[in-house]
Design a protein around this ligand. Structure first.
Ligand SMILES: CC(C)(COP(=O)(O)OP(=O)(O)OC[C@H]1O[C@@H](n2cnc3c(N)ncnc32)[C@H](O)[C@@H]1OP(=O)(O)O)[C@@H](O)C(=O)NCCC(=O)NCCS
Length: 331
């Protein structure tokens, strides 16, 4: 018999970003752009770039280790690892299995989850199911990305936006009224063409290297994605608050996907939320896709912006198209 009384929550968080900083001024040397344009249109000032020898699993391991330490648990205590990424080391072995091995999580199951920039929120919701069903106790969720390897550094409309990084959280049972209050996941596959990374899958045969190379980069209809983002952030918030039986004012901190400060400010204005209640670090890291929410969460936590009993709203959106929201009371 499984218990339905188990509440899942966050036991620890961590993050990692590579040392190399690529400022807007540096990008001016690569494409026809300038710091002023990038800052005004996106709020991004700089982003991190993985070292030549670093891949997604390397970044994820660092973030995962930090989250385990914060949670006060050992690698052997981990029951399941879910890695949200669109830039895995390779198709298989999964990045989750590579991390499982290197962290020494010998008792854990492991798989990758593909929901692009919404990946961490999707993975968090999956983790919650295993915990509240009583199947697993400690689930390590990692969002890790090396987008610098999949953007076209000659395309000024996309290369300015993305960055590399990783964030992680350990989910597990929590006491009292803490933990997940409500979640919602959404998809709109009809809009999939707006944001694609059409590489190395079954649609483009592996033998056709030339065409693969030509298309193995992010392709995006920026304006359409922008409109989608502001719509689903608002809809996702309304839906998850209603499910949780909470009012907007009950939310202490919103941790949204970091794609563009204008999207975040638009959301704040529409929801009539002060910017102090919203985490924004897109200026330092750009869009780190599945890593962005846990990276922002970890930063807010380290800055002392989160205390026990606070209601957090995690908000994700991205390719698929996908979106997701989760209200979590901080343990
Ligand atoms: C990408 C984005 C910043 C572009 O901003 P925008 O205001 O929509 O700008 P547009 O694409 O309409 O381009 C406006 C002009 O700037 C130019 N431009 C585009 N990128 C530029 C750059 N890096 N530097 C200078 N000029 C640039 C365009 O060529 C265009 O010129 P034109 O008017 O002569 O044709 C914005 O659409 C956006 O953030 N969209 C959402 C993207 C996103 O979040 N993606 C990830 C989701 S998970």
């Amino acid at each position: 018999m499984t218990s339905h009384a188990i509440q899942a929550g966050i036991l620890g968080v961590g993050s990692y970003t590579p040392e190399k900083v690529l400022a807007n001024k540096d990008i001016e040397k690569l494409v026809d752009t300038n710091d002023e344009w990038i800052t005004t249109r996106t709020g991004i000032k700089e982003r991190r770039i993985a070292g030549n020898d670093q891949v997604a699993s390397d970044l994820g391991i660092e973030a995962g280790l930090a989250a385990l330490k914060d949670a006060g648990i050992n690698a052997m205590d981990v029951d399941l690892i879910i890695v949200a990424t669109s830039t895995p080391d390779m198709h298989y072995p999964s990045t989750a299995c590579i991390i499982q091995d290197k962290l020494g999580c010998k008792k854990a199951g492991a798989f990758d989850l593909a929901a692009a920039c919404t990946g961490f929120v999707y993975a968090a919701v999956v983790a919650e199911q295993f915990i509240k069903a009583g199947t697993y106790k400690n689930v390590l969720v990692i969002g890790t990305e090396v987008y610098s390897r999949v953007v076209d550094w000659e395309d000024r409309s996309t290369c300015i936006l993305f960055g590399d990084g990783a964030g992680a959280a350990v989910f597990g049972p929590v006491a009292g009224d803490k933990g997940f209050k409500a979640t919602t996941l959404g998809s709109e596959g009809s809009g999939g063409d707006m944001l694609t990374l059409p590489c190395s899958g079954s649609r483009i045969p592996f033998g056709e290297t030339e065409s693969v190379n030509a298309r193995a980069v992010v392709q995006m209809q920026g304006r359409e994605v922008y409109k989608f983002a502001v719509r689903v952030m608002e809809e996702g918030t309304e839906e998850v608050l209603e499910k949780a039986g909470l009012a907007k004012d009950d939310i202490d901190l919103v941790v949204p996907h970091q794609a563009n400060i204008r999207i975040i400010e638009h959301y704040a204005k529409k929801m009539k939320l002060p910017m102090e209640k919203i985490v924004a670090n897109v200026d330092k890291y750009g869009n780190t896709s599945a890593a962005s929410v846990p990276l922002a969460l970890d930063e807010a936590y380290k800055q002392g912006r989160i205390k026990s009993g606070d209601n957090l709203l995690l908000l994700g959106f991205g390719a698929g198209l996908t979106w997701g929201a989760a209200v979590i009371k901080w343990a």
